[in-house]
Unconditional design. Structure first.
Lengths: 242, 485
C-alpha cells in the first residue's frame, strides 16, 4: 500500500487504439515509470494495457484498477499482464472476489483511477469514451488533465481533441507531466553520467584519440547519448543537447 | 567442297553453338558471308583474305560462301575470323576436315596472319566443354583463360601454326600461367591516417556485406577509404571466381597473365556514366559496371552527381542480385550481386561539414542535390557515415593498421555470421525498441540496424547481440538531414 503514496499519473484511452496511440501510451508508461512515477490504468485492452506494459518495461511500478472482482481474468487477453502486475506492483478493485465485469461498473472504476492520481493523461479517446469520464472525475477533483493531440480527421482522436478544445493541457512529451508534478526528469542516470558528454562537441575520431577507447565503444556510447536525447550528430560532429 | 568449323556466339554470358560452313563452288572469285553477321563480322572477309595470303596459304580462286548457322542468331565481333579462315582452308583441302570438326576455335586475325585476343574466350571454351569438344584453337595469350573451362587450349600465335597443328605437323606450344609476373596488390589501409570512424565503418561493411555511404566535405579521404575496401575482403571461392571471370571475359577485361579473378572485383565508374554503361545493355548487350562488380565492390564516387535514371536502375540488382536486360528479341540476365559504396558531399558547393568554410548553397540547390537520391536508394545503404574534416593533428599520426589484420577479422566474422547469426539479448531488444520510438526509424530502418548490430557482434566475437552492439549500429543510420522526404 506504500505504493499508493507515491506520485501517480493515470494513462487512459481507447480500447481499439491506433498504432500511434499504442506507441505513445507505451512510451509514456515507460518514461513516467522510469522517472519514479506510479502509472495507474484500468487493464483494458488498447491504451490501458500498453501503459501498464510500458511501466513494467521501464522497471517502475504500475497499478491496475479493475471494474470486476480481482480474481477475474478480464480481459482474458491480459491475464499474463495482470499476473506480472500482481507480482511486481498492485491490482486493486472495489468489488468482492467473483463479481462479474459489467458495463455499468467501469465508469465507477474510472472514478477510482482519477482519484488515485495527481494527473490524468488521455491518449486516444472517441467522442463518448470512458476515458472522458475519467477526465471529468479528475477535473471535478481539481486534478491536472492532459490530452495527447491526435489527427483532427481521426474518429479515434475526436474525444481527446475535444478535451484540448475545452482547455486540457496538450501533452507533447512525458516531461510535460513530470514538470507539472514538480519532478525532475532524470534522463537515464547511467547515460547522463557518461564522461564523453564533457568532451563534446567533437568528432568520433577526436574522442577515440582523447579517451583511448576503441572506436566501436565510442560510437556505441555516442549513439546511446543520441537515443537518450543528450547529444546529436550534425555533419559528423557530435554536440551536446541542453 | 564443304567444310565446317565450330565456334560459339555469346548471348549475354551464354555461349550458343555456331557452325561455320564454307562452301567452294565454280564461278567468279568472291567471298560472301551470310547468317546475320554484324559489321565487324562482315569485315572478316578482308582480314581472312589477307591472313591466308600472309600465312603463305592459298586463297581459293573461285566463288566462296560462308554460312554462320543457325542463321537466326545474331553474330557479333571479330572472334569469327579464325573459324572462318580454318573452314575455308579445309574446304579447299589445305587441312584435314575431320580433324577441324573435333576442335572449337575463336580469335581475330591480323592482316599478317597473327591471331589477336578477343573477349569471351572463357565462355566459348565453356561452350566447347558442354558440347564435348576437347580442344579449342585460340590465340596464345588466351590459353590460360580457355583452360579455366576444363578444355585443352591449343594456343597459336599465327594462322600458319594453326594449320600446321591441324595437319599434325606441329605440337601446340606449352603455356605458362602468369608468365612469372606477380599480381598487382590492392591498395592498403595502412596509407590511411586517423579516420577511426571511417575505418570502422569500412570494416563493418566488409564483414557484413553492407552497402556504405560516406558523406563529408571534399578532401577528407572518403574516396581513399572506399578504394581500400577490396583489400580487406576475403578471396572468392572457386565457383564465384569462375562466375566473375566469365563476366570480365565477355567484357574483354581479363588479364591474360592471371585470367582467374580470385579476389573481389572493384569497379568505379565515373559519374557521367550512362544507364547502359552501369546496368549493361547497348547494341551488343555487354555487361555493365554493376555486373562487372559482381561479388565485389561498386564504388559510385560523388553519388549525387550521377544521372538519376542510372541510380534508380541500380535498385533492381541491389534487391535481386542480377540484372535483366530486356530486348524485343528476348531478355538477357547478368548476375550483379555487388556491394555498393557511395561517397558524396553534404551540399553541392561542398563546404557543408567543413568548419573552416562557408556554404554558399541556396535551400533550393541543396534540396535539388539531395533529391537526386531517392528515399528508395538511400534506404539501400545499411551504413551511413559522415567523415568530417580531419584536424592537422590526426594527419601527423603514424600509419594506420594495415589491411592484412583487418581482413583476418573480416574473414572470422563472416564465418561466425554464416554459422549461427548472433541473437539479441533482452536488453538489446529493449534499446532497439526505445530507439524506434525516439528516433525517426522506419521498419526497414529497424531491420537495417538489427542486421548491422549482428555484424558488430560477430566482429566482436560475441555469440549474442548486446546493447552496445545495437547502440553502435544506431550510429550508422541515415542522418535526418540526408533523408529529405
Amino acid at each position: 500500500m506504500a505504493l499508493l503514496s507515491e506520485p501517480a499519473v493515470a494513462i487512459v484511452g481507447a480500447r481499439a487504439c491506433s498504432p500511434y496511440g499504442a506507441q505513445v501510451a507505451r512510451m509514456l508508461g515507460r518514461e513516467l515509470a522510469t522517472a519514479g512515477v506510479l502509472v495507474v490504468s484500468g487493464l483494458a485492452r488498447g491504451i490501458d494495457g500498453e501503459a501498464h506494459l510500458g511501466a513494467l518495461a521501464g522497471g517502475g511500478h504500475t497499478v491496475a484498477v479493475l471494474g470486476c472482482g480481482i480474481d477475474r481474468d478480464y480481459p482474458a487477453a491480459h491475464a499474463a499482464l495482470a499476473r506480472s502486475i500482481g507480482e511486481r506492483s498492485l491490482i486493486v478493485s472495489e468489488y468482492e472476489a467473483g463479481v462479474e465485469p459489467a458495463p455499468w461498473r467501469f465508469p465507477a472504476r474510472n472514478r477510482i483511477i482519477a482519484g488515485l492520481c495527481a494527473a490524468t493523461v488521455v491518449v486516444e479517446a472517441r467522442e463518448r469514451s470512458g476515458a472522458l469520464i475519467t477526465a471529468d472525475f479528475a477535473l471535478e477533483e481539481g486534478r491536472e488533465v492532459f490530452a495527447v493531440p491526435g489527427e483532427i480527421t481521426s474518429a479515434l482522436s475526436a474525444g481527446s481533441n475535444a478535451l484540448l478544445r475545452l482547455g486540457a493541457t496538450p501533452l507533447t512529451a512525458a516531461v510535460d507531466v513530470l514538470e507539472s508534478l514538480g519532478i525532475q526528469p532524470p534522463p537515464d542516470r547511467a547515460v547522463a553520467a557518461n564522461p564523453l558528454l564533457d568532451l563534446l562537441p567533437a568528432t568520433a575520431d577526436e574522442l577515440v584519440r582523447r579517451t583511448g577507447l576503441a572506436v566501436g565503444e565510442v560510437i556505441a556510447a555516442l549513439a546511446e547519448l543520441d537515443v537518450a536525447g543528450l547529444a546529436a550528430e550534425g555533419d559528423g560532429i557530435y554536440r551536446r543537447l541542453a | 567442297m564443304l567444310a565446317r568449323a565450330v565456334t560459339f556466339a555469346l548471348v549475354g554470358l551464354e555461349p550458343r553453338r555456331v557452325e561455320v560452313e564454307a562452301h567452294i563452288q565454280g564461278g567468279t572469285p568472291s567471298l560472301t558471308i551470310v547468317g546475320l553477321a554484324d559489321r565487324a563480322c562482315q569485315e572478316a572477309k578482308q582480314r581472312v583474305r589477307s591472313g591466308i595470303v600472309s600465312a603463305e596459304l592459298e586463297f581459293p580462286g573461285s566463288r566462296v560462301t560462308v554460312n554462320l548457322a543457325p542463321a537466326e542468331l545474331k553474330k557479333e565481333g571479330s572472334g569469327f575470323d579464325v573459324p572462318i579462315a580454318l573452314a575455308l582452308l579445309a574446304a579447299s583441302h589445305q587441312l584435314p576436315r575431320a580433324r577441324l570438326a573435333e576442335h572449337a576455335s575463336c580469335g581475330e586475325l591480323a592482316l599478317d596472319g597473327r591471331l589477336r585476343r578477343v573477349g569471351g574466350v572463357l565462355a566459348v571454351a565453356e561452350g566447347a566443354r558442354r558440347d564435348e569438344l576437347e580442344r579449342i584453337i585460340c590465340p596464345y595469350e588466351a590459353c590460360a583463360e580457355a583452360a579455366l573451362a576444363g578444355v585443352e587450349p591449343v594456343g597459336v600465335r599465327h594462322l600458319a601454326d594453326a594449320v600446321a597443328y591441324l595437319r599434325g605437323e606441329l605440337e601446340p606450344p606449352e603455356y605458362i600461367v602468369g608468365n612469372g609476373k606477380p599480381r598487382r596488390r590492392p591498395l592498403d589501409l595502412a596509407d590511411v591516417r586517423g579516420q577511426e570512424r571511417g575505418r570502422r565503418a569500412l570494416e563493418l561493411a566488409a564483414a557484413g556485406c553492407h552497402n556504405l555511404l560516406l558523406g563529408g566535405p571534399p578532401g577528407t579521404g572518403k574516396t581513399m577509404l572506399a578504394r581500400r575496401l577490396p583489400g580487406i575482403l576475403p578471396p572468392l571461392e572457386e565457383e564465384q571466381a569462375l562466375e566473375v571471370t566469365r563476366i570480365h571475359s565477355v567484357a574483354g577485361l581479363v588479364d591474360p597473365d592471371h585470367p582467374l579473378i580470385g579476389y573481389a572485383p572493384f569497379r568505379a565508374p565515373h559519374h557521367s556514366a550512362s544507364t547502359a554503361a552501369i546496368v549493361g545493355g547497348g547494341p551488343r548487350l555487354r555487361p555493365g559496371e554493376a555486373s562487372l562488380a559482381h561479388r565485389g565492390v561498386l564504388l559510385l564516387d560523388e553519388l549525387a552527381e550521377f544521372q538519376r535514371p542510372a541510380l534508380e536502375a541500380l535498385r533492381q540488382p541491389l534487391e535481386d542480385g542480377e540484372l535483366v536486360v530486356a530486348r524485343a528479341a528476348g531478355s538477357v540476365r547478368f548476375p550483379a550481386r555487388f556491394q555498393l559504396i557511395g561517397t558524396m558531399n553534404l551540399c553541392p558547393c561542398g563546404a557543408r561539414g567543413d568548419p573552416g568554410a562557408q556554404c554558399s548553397c541556396s535551400a533550393q540547390r541543396l534540396a535539388r542535390y539531395r533529391d537526386k537520391l531517392s528515399r528508395a536508394l538511400l534506404d539501400r545503404f545499411d551504413l551511413v557515415v559522415t567523415i568530417p574534416r580531419a584536424r592537422a593533428l590526426e594527419l601527423q599520426g603514424g600509419p594506420g593498421e594495415a589491411s592484412d589484420p583487418v581482413r583476418s577479422r573480416v574473414v572470422a566474422a563472416r564465418l561466425r555470421l554464416a554459422e549461427v547469426a548472433p541473437k539479441r539479448v533482452a536488453a538489446a531488444d529493449e534499446l532497439l525498441t526505445r530507439a524506434v520510438e525516439r528516433l525517426p526509424l522506419s521498419g526497414r530502418g529497424r531491420a537495417k540496424v538489427a542486421g548491422v548490430s549482428r555484424t558488430i557482434a560477430a566482429l566482436a566475437g560475441s555469440d549474442a547481440v548486446l546493447p552496445e552492439h545495437v547502440a553502435e549500429a544506431l550510429a550508422y543510420r541515415a542522418p535526418s538531414e540526408l533523408a529529405t522526404p
